[in-house]
Write a protein that binds this ligand. Structure first.
Ligand code: CO
Length: 281
């Protein structure tokens, strides 16, 4: 069994998105596709109640991708062109497969603590699913299994830990998406399929990944191998472990769309202009 070493440590950069939402971005869609099948990872954290109103993400389109919203504090009010609406609350996950197209708005709201805290991951779709029918998997906090063992606590959203499977299934990238907490002076080994792109977003505390100590907040990318090995010393650590099968296709990212060619992007813009972007069948 080969333990994966860290190949890259990324410091998240501040970015302004939507109607003026300040967030920390560690990966963004690029034609180089170096995190294939993952395209974007944003971390939003508002903890100053004196901050202005949260303007959120007014109606915008997506095509060719999946957006995964995971809320830890506060909530996001969501509404879309297919008639879906609802609140993504603390501990909930929304795994949205845009396929050929949705229009939605995403409006963060403060919880009783005054905080808003969460992540959005974008996962690519392979060419044969980019124009598929849109699909949602709404997962309430209470239905996400928690794996607990000797200083370890994992919320299993997608993939398998030991004999515990996450509720999000039938995703093209066969992802692993875990929220992992490890107490001080403990260790954990998790098998990850060889060839799958593997990332860890360290957002609290400090841990030793393979043989390198990493403190929050950092995105890590791992080399290939069969497993990841994490241990803690005096501090606890909390991180998102994200892995998935790369599609190895060319990509053409353009704002909220990720297609395979620029012609498909032109077609997308034309569909928006012609009013043929949304098909409710
Ligand atoms: Co969106």
């Amino acid at each position: 069994m080969q333990t994966r070493k860290i190949s890259q440590i990324i410091e998240p950069q501040y970015a302004m998105e939507g109607a003026g939402v300040l967030l920390q971005r560690s990966i963004a869609p690029r034609a180089t596709n170096e995190f294939d099948p993952f395209l974007l990872f944003d971390h939003f954290a508002f903890n100053n109640p004196k901050e202005g109103p949260i303007l959120g993400f007014p109606t915008h389109p997506h095509r060719g991708i999946e957006t995964v919203t995971y809320i830890l504090d506060g909530s996001v009010n969501h509404r879309d062109s297919l008639g879906n609406s609802g609140l993504i609350g603390p501990g909930d996950v929304q795994w949205m497969t845009s396929g050929r197209g949705i229009l939605h708005e995403e409006m963060p709201r403060r919880g009783p603590s005054g905080n808003i805290y969460g992540f959005q991951l974008w996962v690519n779709l392979p060419s044969h699913l980019k124009m598929s029918k849109p699909r949602y998997q709404e997962v309430k906090a209470s239905t996400i299994p928690v794996y607990e063992k000797d200083g370890l606590k994992i919320r299993v959203v997608a993939g398998v830990v030991d004999n515990v499977s996450g509720p999000v299934t039938e995703i093209a990238a066969s992802p692993l998406y875990l929220d992992v907490q490890l107490d001080p002076n403990h260790e954990w080994i998790q098998p990850v399929k060889r060839g799958h792109t593997t990332l860890a977003y360290v957002f609290e505390g400090e841990g030793v990944f393979s043989d390198e100590t990493v403190s929050a907040v950092r995105m890590l990318k791992f080399e290939d191998g069969d497993q990841i090995h994490i241990k803690t010393e005096n501090n606890p650590v909390r991180f998102m472990l994200i892995a998935g099968a790369p599609f190895k296709e060319p990509i053409a990212p353009y704002g909220p769309f990720v297609m395979n060619t620029m012609q498909e992007i032109q077609q997308t813009l034309q569909d928006l202009r012609n009013g043929t972007f949304i098909q409710n069948d």
